[in-house]
Design a binder for this molecule. Structure first.
Ligand code: SF4
Length: 80
């Protein structure tokens, strides 16, 4: 699982940081930084709450398995 930020939507308000401070940090420029590289399944409920709490809808969670499946479909479709 990974966190994906839509930087075009993120306004740097920092609600996600208040919900999950171990994963998000808004720096002095108002840019959101991800501060955790590894995400365990145990943390999913907290991160889902952070996604829901974002008023700009700038966050989403991606499953690595879904990524692999999407990549495979794209690769298969590329040569047709
Ligand atoms: S809550 Fe949303 S808009 Fe605010 S910093 Fe986090 S991702 Fe950006």
């Amino acid at each position: 699982m990974k966190i994906v930020i839509d930087r075009g939507r993120c306004t740097g308000i920092g609600i996600c940081e208040s919900v999950a401070p171990d994963h998000f940090e808004v720096d002095e420029d108002g840019t959101l930084q991800l501060i955790s590289l590894g995400i365990s399944e145990d943390e999913r409920p907290l991160l889902e709450e952070a996604v829901r709490s974002c008023p700009a809808r700038a966050l989403r969670l991606e499953n690595r398995l879904e990524n692999r499946m999407e990549n495979r479909v794209e690769t298969q479709g590329a040569g047709q």
